[in-house]
Design a protein around this ligand. Structure first.
Ligand code: HEM
Length: 111
């Protein structure tokens, strides 16, 4: 009888452990993109860390500053600001610039 009780306790512990670990692995927020306010973006206003927002999306352009074919000044002028007007005025019709931009996406502009 004592052995049966011990077996029951062991089985309960084992099965309880399994169901707990299953619950921990499902997290519905894992797939959501991070959001940034304009205040967050304004903190990244230099060549060391350069964030901009273009048409509601947020980009980290830090590594693009040195390699931009139109020069570093054009990108530096976007750091920490809403770059929609400048980007769209220059590259609104450029597929390659839009593609390049997509590579630096880090999240959404907070509503
Ligand atoms: C997120 C920001 C930007 C990205 C990802 C980007 C990307 C590119 C790419 C891929 C090119 C070479 C191919 C092409 O001409 O389409 C380019 C060229 C150039 N970009 Fe940008 N660009 C950005 C912002 C800007 C801004 C704000 C300006 C100026 C206001 C600018 C001025 C230029 C100039 C002058 C060229 C040289 C070729 C040309 O005259 O069209 N870019 N850029």
């Amino acid at each position: 009888m004592r052995q049966k009780i011990l077996l029951f306790i062991l089985l309960s512990t084992f099965l309880g452990g399994c169901s707990t670990s299953t619950t921990l692995t499902s997290n519905s927020t894992d797939t959501q993109n991070p959001t940034y306010t304009l205040a967050d973006i304004s903190l990244h206003n230099s060549a060391e860390s350069c964030y901009t927002t273009i048409s509601g999306k947020v980009y980290d352009l830090t590594t693009w500053i040195a390699v931009h074919p139109g020069g570093d000044a054009a990108i530096l002028s976007l750091c920490g600001t809403d770059g929609s007007e400048k980007f769209n005025a220059k590259h609104g019709n450029s597929g390659s610039a839009k593609y390049e931009l997509s590579l630096f996406y880090i999240g959404e502009l907070a509503p």
